[in-house]
Design a protein around this ligand. Structure first.
Ligand code: UDX
Length: 447
């Protein structure tokens, strides 16, 4: 009989995973402790913006016309325990308030709530990003609390999905990493991922600690690459070089590669910044803090970008204060094709200028609602054109396609000054300059 799957936690990761599992042909039950989220999902609505996810969900949610009916949702752990052969834990692990360390409370509550309902053989699969050592500890806790005892196994299966590409990354993963303590875990996960495995996704089996480290080290490497190119941008600015050309040229070296070398205002989001910090904190606990001191520098380079963007804006406005100056900000999300504003460099820059007295108006194609919630005192406009009306300077801070397609001449008619600063190195400088704009970008010569 086909495996029955539960997905616990229906945020970016869980909602996508649940819909993807239904797409792969399994009966799926998604669980969340927030009833409003579950009600939305039951109606086939996704609580966030993620391209393709709503369509995928609506293809499978029971009760929706024409859907396969393989996907249902609940708030009951009892129901989840009775239903599932394989339980994926997809709850979030935010940064602890006032500390670098990872807040494990959602993961722990999920395990504690599920365990008493595991009365028959089952596999629990952790997907959340956790500090190394967590899986071994959780496996013991599970064995002690589950009525089925040793018939309940734990596997760790980190998730590498990128927001904006979540559906694609989940259905066609570039690798499947599995940390196990026994053979049954591997067997069941090979069954779950049979379709991507047949397509050729590599399946890499290892112990718990290595699987936990794969995720944090992958994110640290990506963060390092971004901060590396941003450090080069700082040097380029000092030496009048061009970081975009530099990135293109070094990227041709296959050992370096072109990806993740886009210089700009740096990385943000719900993963890279907090994972980096949690990794440093955990290494410290393990007595290996020296190995990761360089990550502190990666974090500082990244945070410096935001302040630098603010200073560049001040300079563009003549070097004085922001009082009475009108600043238009294009982009609020931490990256395009997402509505996520968690630790968004764009919103951070907008906020800093606002707090220094600037009149900041923000526009973002999908992130307005979330941005308003986080930063209600900023002004928001309904279109890019409205945002730039009367502006003394325009900041391009999230590289949405919509912004690349803007017509510099049309915008030029409504601004007070034709000044644009490209914080993402994504606009066509020549096009803007031709339309009479002063265009400046991070890490590039000013003219
Ligand atoms: C990241 C990892 O890519 C993913 O594998 C992991 O599972 C979760 O964290 P995500 O947070 O969706 O995914 O964002 P990502 O696309 O990696 O971008 C992170 C940040 O880096 C964004 O703010 C982006 O704008 C920035 N970035 C990325 C750059 O500044 N330059 C680049 O070259 C690439």
């Amino acid at each position: 009989m086909a495996l029955k799957i539960t997905v616990i936690g229906t945020g970016y990761l869980g909602a996508t995973h649940a819909a993807a599992m239904a797409e792969l042909g399994f009966e799926v039950l998604g669980l969340d402790v927030v009833p409003e989220k579950i009600e939305m999902l039951q109606r086939g609505e996704v609580p966030m913006y993620e391209p393709g996810l709503e369509e995928l969900l609506r293809r499978h949610v029971a009760g929706i016309e024409g859907a396969s009916g393989r996907l249902r949702f609940t708030t009951s752990y009892e129901e989840a325990g009775a239903f599932g052969d394989v339980h994926f834990i997809c709850v979030n692990t935010p940064q602890k308030h006032g500390e670098y360390a990872c807040d494990m409370s959602y993961v722990e509550s999920a395990f504690d709530a599920l365990a008493p309902h595991l009365t028959r053989p089952a596999l629990v699969v952790g997907k959340s990003t956790v500090p190394v050592g967590s899986a071994a500890r959780l496996a013991e806790r599970l064995a002690a609390a589950a009525p089925a005892g040793a018939a309940v196994e734990l596997a760790w299966n980190p998730e590498f999905l990128r927001e904006g590409f979540a559906v694609q990354d989940t259905l066609h993963p570039d690798r499947i990493v599995v940390g196990v303590a026994g053979e049954r875990g591997e067997e069941l996960l090979r069954e779950v991922y049979a379709t991507p495995l047949a397509e050729g996704s590599p399946f890499i089996v290892m112990d718990y600690p290595t699987s936990e480290l794969v995720k944090t080290s992958a994110n640290s490497f990506l963060a390092t690459k971004i901060s590396f190119i941003n450090a080069m941008a700082e040097v380029c600015e000092a030496a009048d070089g061009d970081v975009v050309k530099l990135a293109e040229a070094i990227g041709h070296d296959e050992r370096i590669g072109k990806k993740y070398l886009r210089a700009g205002i740096g990385f943000g989001g719900g993963c890279l910044p907090k994972d980096l910090r949690a990794f440093m904190a955990r290494a410290g606990e393990l007595g290996a803090d020296q190995a990761l001191t360089f990550l502190r520098e990666i974090d500082s380079i990244n945070m410096r970008r935001r302040g630098h963007m603010v200073e560049l804006t001040r300079e563009a406005l003549g070097g004085g204060g922001f009082l009475g100056k009108r600043v238009a900000v294009l982009g609020a999300t931490f990256k395009p094709d997402s509505d996520d504003v968690r630790d968004s460099p764009a919103l951070n820059v907008a906020g800093q200028i606002h707090l220094q007295g600037g009149q900041v108006t923000v526009y973002d194609p999908k992130g307005m609602e979330n941005a308003r919630r986080v930063f209600p005192t900023l002004s928001y406009a309904d279109t890019a054109l409205d945002a730039v009306r009367g502006a003394d300077v325009v900041l391009h801070l999230t590289e949405w396609r919509e912004f690349r397609e803007l017509d510099p001449a049309t915008l030029g008619d409504v601004v007070a000054e034709r000044r644009i600063l490209d914080g993402r190195n994504a606009l066509d400088a020549a096009l803007w300059r031709k339309a009479g704009w002063t265009y400046r970008a991070l890490g590039r010569p000013s003219a």
